[in-house]
Write a protein of this length. Sequence first.
Length: 368
Amino acid sequence: MVQDAAGRAAVPVNLQRAVKRAVLTGLRRSGGFAACRALTRRGLRILCYHGISLADEHVFNGQLFMRPALFRARMRRLVDSGFTVLPLGPAIEALREGRLPDRAVVLTFDDGWYGIYRHALPVLAELRLPATLYVTTYYVERRTPVFNVAVHYLFWAARVAYLDVSLLSVGLTGRYDLSDPAQRRAAAQAVEAHGDERLSSSERQTLLLALARHLGVDPALLGEQRVCGLMSPDEVAAAAAAGVDIQLHTHRHTLPSGQHAAFIREIADNRASLGRMTPAPLIHLCYPSGVYHPRSWPWLEELGIETATTTRPGLNYRDGKRFELFRFLDGEHIGEIEFDAEMAGALEISRRLRGTVKRIPGRPPDRT
């Protein structure tokens, strides 16, 4: 019998998910979702998306990437269910002034993946839905794949059983059995650390191409097809010109909350880069990886930041903190019934009843 860290019998994840979905289905059929919608109608729902798949990235990481068809279905479901989708700035202003319409929703996208430009923005334009795109600019400027994500994607897609990493770059050593999940992870981590610690930006891209070849993966996936790549500066500018709200997500996808100078530099570099792509005010921030601490909030004030979003699930109310906005991370791992439950406010009520929505800075996302 599988046990948890405390020695108790552990319930398999698949069984937990099946039970949860059965309970939610019963709640919806009994009218519980309608009651929850009424109780939470004044709460602002902020949805978070990351990448939209260009190939099979949603199979590789269903929390980071979503199929285009599923994204379209989600947006259509919002429209058909009568939610009011608002731009971020006006929604926050209405929330603070107590005039937010019932069942209001804000759509946000993190990072600036190319799949958003190719697949998500046309859907938003078709349905006339406003959205905020938080862009991290280091890889946007370099127009290369995001190194750490690409490394793990390539090992996931590997078509060989073994890899001697010494063939990839001077300083790497070790032969790994890629049929063993633990060794596959170890190999990916070794290559990632080597690139981050010892190689320049251009050398990391050379390493990625060598890794693709040795793993039997078509390098065109990372090249022409732009899998694991972000939008270009021209594409970010085109999105802004089309009405997408471009906002801050730091330059290097990190925000050292304990180091004032480094903290200021990350946002300043991000703002300077994005300022060359959009003339709009850059006053809203998304914390990279959802990591934050209240001690840095005065620094946000210093920088003229008006709001900051987390990766913590929950609804936002008038008395909430503007540098601690809650968001629901949608993805392939979220079933239709769970999406409906979140939008109805049922999961929010459940979290509050269980006492899981606590104001703990930097708390990891609650995936329920």
